[in-house]
Design a protein around this ligand. Structure first.
Ligand SMILES: O=C[C@H](O)COP(=O)(O)O
Length: 250
């Protein structure tokens, strides 16, 4: 099945008002790109980025599962939408590890975001030790099964508003990338899990690859079956690094 690719940048804890020019430049290039393009920014930048790049897809990097309440430092889906965001990442490994987020938390966050009207990029991925033990596919498949929003919540957003990002933890920011065969094996397995969860609608959910994607490896990665785009960290911070990746996604 042909799926339009999605290239999303994740700025993580980078970005100040001085960087808004980078966002505008990406948004202009995105108008004629052969793929969907988005930038997931620190919450502090979202509203200004939306003003600087009207119509361009700006997202958050996390969302709380509750609508509101006594959750110091957290941001709800309604708040992201209020700031102008149209999507959010959930379940990034940096949050699963540093904030102790469980699959159940990630599932609740994805459901809350979808119900509020956001698109969701749901991240899964294995550690180096799991890969070395030969358990990557079974571990990540089970992580996805436990993290996916339940079918009745997802139904309105599947396949259009839900994407999965496979990000091997050991490949994030390291310059290491799995072999093309390993990426293909994992994405095929995740496609099967999506179809098991959502039936034929699971065919339309985009599965992104993330972890040391660069201009030099993007085209080869995008050529793998069931790789429907990328979640890009470090190489999304500068337009000159990011746009060649967008260009490769046709
Ligand atoms: O969310 C993005 C990923 O963690 C990948 O980061 P990276 O491209 O810097 O390896």
């Amino acid at each position: 099945m042909a799926r339009r690719k999605l290239v999303a940048g994740n700025w993580k804890m980078h970005g100040l008002a001085a960087d808004l020019g980078e966002i505008s430049a990406v948004s202009i290039a995105a108008e004629t790109a052969g793929a969907d393009v988005a930038l997931c920014l620190p919450a502090t930048l979202i509203e200004r980025a939306v003003r600087a790049a009207p119509g361009f897809a700006i997202g958050g990097q996390d969302v709380h599962q509750s609508d509101k309440g006594a959750h110091t430092g957290c941001v709800s889906a309604a708040m992201l939408i209020d700031a102008g965001a149209s999507l959010t990442i959930v379940g990034h490994s940096e949050r699963r590890e540093a904030q102790g987020e469980s699959d159940a938390d990630v599932k609740a966050k994805a459901e809350s975001a979808l119900l509020a009207g956001l698109s969701v990029i749901l991240c899964v991925g294995e550690s180096d030790a799991v890969r070395e033990a030969g358990d990557a596919v079974s571990t990540v498949s089970s992580q996805l099964d436990s993290s996916l929003p339940r079918g009745d919540v997802a139904s309105a957003g599947v396949p259009d508003r839900l994407a999965v990002a496979y990000e091997p933890i050991w490949a994030i920011g390291t310059g290491k990338v799995p072999s093309i065969a390993d990426i293909g094996e994992m994405h095929a397995a995740l496609r099967e899990r999506l179809k098991a969860a959502y039936g034929e609608a699971g065919e339309g959910v985009r599965i992104l690859y993330g972890g040391s994607v660069k201009a030099t490896n993007a085209a080869e990665i995008f050529g793998v079956d069931d790789v429907d785009g990328a979640l890009v960290g470090g190489a999304s911070l500068k337009t000159s690094d990011f746009l060649p990746i967008v260009e490769a996604a046709r």
